[in-house]
Design a protein around this ligand. Structure first.
Ligand code: SF4
Ligand code: SF4
Length: 109
């Protein structure tokens, strides 16, 4: 077992630690991605774990629309196995300032 990852159009990437997903009772990321008007990039694989329902190339071309619905669903109803890495240097610098001041907000910031 390993991880699932794909690149997104903005230059970032998404990674899912499938080892954690085995114990996830909701698989909330999959249902979050498959509501109307979202990307439907995620699907349930034969083992029931998250998998890409489109090719990695298609995901990187915008098939994954970077809406973060899967990330939010995983954080609220899953086990926190999904990580988004997005190229946001201005925000990163701002958060570094907050960290240095001892007041960084929120999870993972
Ligand atoms: S919601 Fe999170 S922990 Fe659950 S299957 Fe999806 S990525 Fe894995
Ligand atoms: S960011 Fe949106 S489109 Fe991409 S996998 Fe997550 S829910 Fe689906």
């Amino acid at each position: 077992m390993s991880s699932l990852s794909w690149n997104v159009f903005s230059g970032g990437s998404v990674t899912i630690d499938l080892e954690q997903c085995v114990a996830c009772p909701t698989k909330a990321c999959i249902s979050a991605c498959n509501v109307p008007n979202l990307g439907s990039a995620l699907a349930a694989g034969p083992d029931g774990l998250p998998s890409l329902g489109i090719t990695p190339e298609r995901a990187a071309q915008g098939g994954c629309i970077e809406c973060l619905a899967c990330d939010l669903a995983c954080q609220s109803d899953g086990l926190g196995a999904l990580t988004f890495a997005l190229p946001t240097p201005e925000i990163d610098a701002y958060l570094d300032e907050l960290r240095a001041a001892g007041s960084a907000p929120g999870r993972g910031w």
